[in-house]
Design a protein around this ligand. Sequence first.
Ligand SMILES: [Zn+2]
Length: 391
Amino acid sequence: MRRIASPLRNCTTVLGVVAAAATGTSLLFGQTLHWEPVGLFAFGLFCLGYAAVLSRRSRTKESEVSAQPVPARRPQIVREEAAPASAASRVQGPCHALTIDLEDYFHTEVASQGVAAADWDRQPSRIEASTHRLLDLLEERRTRATFFVLGWVARRYPALVQEIHRRGHEVGCHSLNHGLVCRMTPKEFYENTRTARDLIASITGEAVLGYRAPCFSITPGTEWAFDTLARLGFSYDSSVHPVSHPLYGNPNAPRSAYRVADGTLTEFPIATWKVAGRNFPVGGGAYLRLLPYQYIRQGLRAWERQMQSPAMLYLHPWEIDPYQPYIPLSLQSKIRQTWGTSMMEDKLRNLLEQFRFAPVRDVHASWLTSASLAPSRPSFQRAQTAEQVAG
Ligand SMILES: [Zn+2]
């Protein structure tokens, strides 16, 4: 046993030293070089080392106390691999929120460097194929999710939105044309969001409860957007990512759900992993695509230990598509847009096998139906009446 443990310890030590050096270099020079992927990679290495140390400590402790019964400290997050009839029912434990921002590969902020919004109509679209693959995978795992739909996509592919709705997923709003909130005036934001909401609701026939801003762009200084969303009849928002990031970070925001807009709207931030007083991203997207899967897994396990609420995860259909058509981008942007897409589906499959997920409206039902919210707030008519107030 010691013969195995010793090389493992040496290996972890070497990994830790390399990761610490890489992380230090990235922190010192990352901003100057503007080389975010190096930082991501270094951080991934660091977390792998950290996870390995935690895992070894936990195994050692288990062997030390194997003769004694394990105290049930947190029974709600104990996970037992029973022998179930269905694949999905194998997973036990808390249920997290899985969300998908429904947009094509050329809608992203990164892609805007190579494709102007005026040329979107001429781009070869990939969204239908990618979304159907996602829908099939979710069905295979008997999992439902929340799809935050871009207004542009709803207008061009209404049948796709209907299909998502027909398969039992929640349909939310992901803006009209992927404009960042922090680049809009309150009036523009109101008009854009109202148009997108109406478009989506006219396809599904249901009120739209949830909103996600492109690039998590409700940042310090744009909190007025919460009031606008409440006036438009939304029940919740999920546009705050409490990490440090040059474009969208809000590291001082709460990590779990909280009320905004005088208690009439609930914010569900993206999941983070708190280590040494700092928040690190584990909520999916580029972090799931570019970093080792074990890092995300350990981060979510840490969330379950640290928090008593569902974690919020996100991804995009284009992230499982390794055959995105060419867009002229810098190397750094190319990495952010395309790297890891060939492994993303396997990573998502692993997540769905090891964790439980459901739409936001289901995992956070208690927040959305609690007494502090007005009883019939997602009312279309009332929201439309409120537009004069915003104007
Ligand atoms: Zn987006």
